[in-house]
Design a protein around this ligand. Structure first.
Ligand code: ADP
Length: 507
């Protein structure tokens, strides 16, 4: 079932996940709206800009043509439609490519003859216009593939003279469009498209820019359009995307940090709960371990006291059991006391050059009875010329005793114990090997933790406090050494204590 800490962490996670999801959802919705409205705003601005630009083009064009017509009228007033006077006006009006002056009856006053089939195009236009549609000074463009403008002027005697002129597209492009549109400060591209859809002028190469809208010119360039293209860089969607990415990134990092914090707290609380459970197990285990030898001692002592054991052999056996049990008792008490000293940081070690073999023999001696009783085959392999180690003999003896005790406690059908000592890489390596139940690899690191006991059916029946290996590791590390385990279930275990040699202690 869920522990209170797990429940709390889950609640905390929910308390953050729910508002975080709502924030993300709201953020998403408002970003979509923002994207839409920025697109709309951008289009509106582009349309305003285009309308302004178109108006500017028209204004300039009208201004140029008005000036031309005024000059022409002045020439007519002074000189009539003379080739010289009109030619002079034309020389100063590059925008006008060809000019025809026609009477109301359709007689050509200037030049002498129609050019390049203009008669066919301009003739009907003039005929239509002379039926009184044009007023003085007004002009309009007539489409038919030609940019023909008509204007009504007056001759010297006040008679109406129709001026029909064709614009020079190149000059129009250079003088009008370039001047009006070239200087505009805008990230968009303006393109002038003629009545046949041809681009007459473009402020920049269109490339892969997207057309977004077009506006028409009014009277001066009917059927021509000013098209607006949007480059990918200027797209408002892109700016919004950048913001969205930034927001999402920051939001993601925030969420990750929060989740990592919760997970860390969760782990910590779970560990603490586990530690509390291990501690209470420890108390129960230690109490049980104390009680067992005590009741054996008491029972055997009472039996002896009552004189119930009459033969000498039996009495000796009883005494041995009492001695063995009291040894177990003091080992247990030593372990617990040392452990509490280590926990409170009061444990100290006094190292001195120590011969290893006698230490191993005396430690094994303490286990002589249980080893013999369980029929253990004991092997001790210590080289004769083994150098001394630098160690606290009592502490290392206790570590060895814990390892041997475990080897007996966790033995299987095959009862064998081997203690081997070697010098490896300038260090003493004392190995205690058994052929017992073994330990699965995932447990190898954990068995050295305080209070930790492997919870498996083949080890569960064997009492213990869970501090034995924690002590072994502490002792090894306090000597500047370490302890390693090699083991697999069913194949026995090898614990190796690695300790410094005398005179070369490091770490
Ligand atoms: P305990 O008091 O339980 O023996 P230890 O710290 O000495 O505590 O050992 C921790 C756990 O490691 C034991 O509970 C046991 O499961 C496992 N263990 C230790 N030594 C051996 C061994 N030689 N063979 C199999 N398992 C072992």
């Amino acid at each position: 079932m869920w522990s209170p800490s797990a429940r709390f962490s889950l609640l905390a996670l929910l308390a953050i996940a729910v508002p975080a999801t709502i924030v993300a959802l709201l953020g998403y919705i408002s970003i979509r709206q923002w994207e839409k409205s920025s697109e709309l705003l951008y289009r509106e601005q582009a349309r305003d800009m285009a309308a302004m630009a178109a108006a500017k083009v028209e204004m300039m064009l009208r201004h140029e043509e008005d000036a031309f017509l005024n000059r022409l009228q002045a020439a007519l007033d002074a000189d009539g439609p003379s080739a010289r006077a009109v030619g002079e006006v034309l020389d100063h009006s590059p925008l006008v490519r060809r000019l025809y002056l026609v009477t109301r009856r359709g007689e050509l006053l200037f030049p002498k003859a129609w050019k390049e089939g203009d008669a066919a195009v301009i003739g009907p236009l003039v005929a239509e216009a002379t039926q009184g549609k044009l007023e003085r000074g007004s002009k309009r463009e007539v489409v038919a593939g030609h940019r023909v403008c008509l204007a009504l002027l007056t001759g010297r005697r006040g008679e109406p003279v129709l001026a029909a002129f064709i614009r020079d597209t190149e000059v129009l492009r250079r003088e009008i469009f370039e001047t009006a549109l070239g200087a505009l400060e805008s990230p968009t591209i303006f393109t002038v498209v003629d009545h046949e859809g041809r681009a007459v002028y473009s402020r920049a190469p269109v490339g892969d820019a997207q057309p977004i809208l077009s506006v028409t010119f009014r009277e001066t360039l009917p059927d021509w359009r000013l098209a607006v293209y949007q480059t990918a860089d200027a797209a408002p969607r892109r700016a919004v995307r950048r913001q969205v990415m930034l927001f999402t990134g920051a939001y993601g990092v925030l969420l990750l940090v929060i989740i990592a914090g919760i997970v860390a707290t969760w782990r910590l609380t779970r560990r603490e709960t586990e530690m509390a459970r291990l501690k209470s197990d420890f108390v129960a285990n230690v109490s049980h371990d104390l009680k067992t030898p005590l009741s054996v001692i008491r029972m055997f002592g009472e039996t002896l006291d009552m004189g119930r054991v009459t033969d000498e052999g039996g009495r000796r056996e009883y005494y041995r059991v009492i001695t063995r049990e009291s040894e177990r008792l003091s080992r247990l008490i030593d372990n617990v006391l040392d452990f509490s000293r280590i926990e409170s940081g009061r444990q100290t070690y006094r190292t001195a050059p120590t011969a290893v073999e006698p230490l191993i023999r005396s430690t094994l001696e303490a286990f002589a009875y249980p080893l013999a009783q369980h029929g253990f085959k004991v092997d001790v392999d210590v080289p004769a010329d083994l150098p001394e180690g630098s160690m606290d003999a009592d502490a290392v003896g206790q570590a060895l005793a814990n390892l041997i005790d475990n080897a007996i406690k966790y033995s299987g059908d095959e009862r064998a114990l081997a203690v081997t000592v070697r010098v490896v890489d300038g260090r003493l390596a004392i190995t205690v090997a058994d052929r017992g139940v073994g330990i699965a690899a995932p447990e190898h690191a954990r068995i050295f933790e305080k209070f930790y006991r492997v919870g498996r059916s083949d080890t569960q029946g064997r009492r213990g406090s869970g501090v034995g290996l924690a002590l072994v590791r502490h002792i090894a590390e306090a000597h500047g050494g370490d302890v390693i385990v090699e083991s697999a279930p069913g194949e026995g275990s090898r614990f190796t204590l690695r300790l410094p040699l005398a005179g070369r202690r490091d770490g």
